[in-house]
Design a protein around this ligand. Structure first.
Ligand SMILES: [Zn+2]
Ligand SMILES: [Zn+2]
Length: 256
């Protein structure tokens, strides 16, 4: 529908499939009729080294893609005012995706009781505020998505838990953050992950984003070829939300 996917991991991310390389991604995306994509590995996948980012740009150039291929990065909030990436490294990327809830990674501030939806709601909004406040953030990715592997719950359990958690979110605080995001041009990601984990509480959240004029970033958050194809599952949701071109967050032109 919009022919873009701005959140794709490669084998540089330890959590991605070992054969999922840039060449393969570009080839698949070209075949699927994509127009613009973004490679966004985890910052630790680059070993926090600029030369590894340059190497990725070289590989892309060598592929001679017929589509636009950006190089972004996925970083995460550790706690308020502390992110996993610094400004020096961030400057090498076209954009920074900021994850507020990478609870499975070392050093990330955790909810005091991960089994209590109210406590998780409090923590999620705190981390969301931290992501919006971080000067390096271009887009906040998967906010309020409860991952089954992270919370050690079944798919059914996270669906119900997510709803209860979302109801416990302080609406005033949330709206204030969305207004700040809109002012600063910070986008919010919508990915098929929320459909995969049946997190239907997020539909209302995306409605609220649009209402507060926050732009949405479309990304598959794919870690393998199969997940790239899952992006099409978003189409009915985007339609239902009434998402038009002007509602989309898109990367600015190449910085160099
Ligand atoms: Zn993530
Ligand atoms: Zn990701």
């Amino acid at each position: 529908m919009f022919h873009c996917d701005y959140h794709i991991h490669t084998k540089l991310s330890p959590c991605a499939a070992r054969d999922f390389d840039i060449e393969k991604i570009i080839q698949i995306q070209q075949e699927q009729g994509m127009k613009e994509i973004g490679i966004t590995d985890h910052d630790y996948g680059y070993g926090y080294k600029a030369k590894n980012i340059e190497a990725v740009r070289k590989v892309i150039k060598k592929c001679e893609p017929s589509i636009s291929v950006h190089v972004g990065v996925e970083s995460h909030i550790l706690e308020y005012r502390v992110a996993s990436i610094n400004i020096q490294l961030a400057s090498y990327f076209d954009y920074v995706l900021m994850a507020p809830n990478h609870y499975h990674l070392r050093g990330v501030s955790l909810p005091s009781d991960p089994g209590n939806p109210r406590k998780v709601a409090n923590h999620e909004i705190y981390m969301f505020e931290a992501a919006v406040a971080c000067p390096l953030t271009d887009v906040v990715v998967h906010p309020f998505v409860v991952m089954p592997n992270v919370f050690r719950m079944s798919k059914e359990e996270v669906a119900a838990f997510g709803q209860e958690m979302m109801r416990a979110i302080d609406q005033k605080r949330l709206i204030r953050q969305l207004d700040l995001a809109a002012q600063r041009g910070i986008g919010i990601e919508i990915s098929p992950k929320f459909i995969r984990y049946n997190q239907m509480h997020l539909v209302e959240f995306y409605h609220l984003c649009l209402e507060r004029e926050v732009k949405l970033l479309i990304g598959s958050d794919a870690h393998n070829a199969e997940e790239l194809g899952e992006l099409s599952k978003l189409e009915p949701v985007l339609k239902e939300l009434g998402v038009q071109e002007e509602h989309l967050w898109r990367p600015k032109e190449w910085r160099w």
